[in-house]
Design a protein. Structure first.
Length: 252
């Protein structure tokens, strides 16, 4: 009878002491309150109940959604900015020993860093240089969470919410910029067309016969496309120039 009770207690103790850790988990063990320096796992591990207490730590990348934060930019514009932080635990022992709750601590660190770093940027930088600001955020947060055994791998600024009056001002600025570019393109087109016309005028000025031939070509095009009779004045000097050119070619 006594052996049966002992066997039952041993099986019961074994069930309480045997733990299974997944590949992405590690176990930080405290024996009578004292930390065992080497974490356990993965696989089947023995945690001597009740003198040992194990804390599971996941080594997978954690996606932390930073709630919208009120940020006042360097040019005194109030905006709401939210972000997402990707991090993972690199040192399970430090993540448990150095900070009470590393998830909550990382979240709070991300929020405060988001407000402080983005508050030093102008609104234009916040809208157009998100990648650079995200790199700065990643570096600053990683420096603060490093002693906790946490590695911040990436930070992304998700959305920037502007006040309605600022949205209207930016839309008006963008419309003015588009009009300016359109006017510049139109002016460049006029300049190029004028330059080409000047070149054509110079060629026609050097070759009077070319003017006559162009004149006659225009008459042919009008006669082909139009069915009505068109009276087209023909300058005598053009005919004279054309006749002089043709006479010279016949004498040759």
């Amino acid at each position: 009878m006594e052996y049966g009770v002992i066997a039952f207690l041993f099986v019961f103790w074994l069930l309480l002491s045997v733990k299974v850790l997944n590949e992405y988990e590690r176990g930080v063990v405290f024996r009578l309150g004292k930390l065992l320096p080497v974490p356990k796992g993965p696989g089947l591990v023995i945690v001597a109940f009740p003198i040992d207490r194990m804390v599971r730590v996941s080594l997978r990348t954690v996606v932390l959604d930073v709630p919208p934060q009120d940020v006042i930019t360097r040019d005194n514009v109030s905006v709401k900015v939210n972000a997402v932080v990707y991090f993972r635990v690199m040192q399970p022992v430090q993540a448990i020993v150095q900070v009470e709750n590393y998830l909550y601590a990382t979240s709070q660190m991300a929020q405060t860093t988001l407000r402080s770093v983005l508050g030093q940027a102008h609104l234009d930088e916040l809208l157009s240089e998100r990648e650079r600001l995200a790199a700065v955020l990643q570096q600053v947060i990683d420096e603060h969470t490093g002693p906790w055994g946490i590695k911040v791998t990436q930070v992304q600024v998700k959305q920037v919410d502007l006040p309605q009056e600022m949205q209207r001002a930016i839309a008006a600025q963008a419309e003015a910029e588009r009009e300016r570019r359109a006017k510049i393109i139109a002016a460049e087109g006029e300049f190029q067309a004028a330059a080409k016309l000047a070149e054509a005028a110079a060629v026609l000025n050097r070759e009077p016969a070319a003017v006559t031939l162009r004149y006659l070509q225009t008459l042919v095009e009008i006669g082909t496309e139009k069915n009505t009779t068109i009276v087209f004045p023909l300058p005598i000097d053009l005919l004279g120039g054309l006749g002089a050119r043709l006479g010279g070619e016949v004498k040759q």
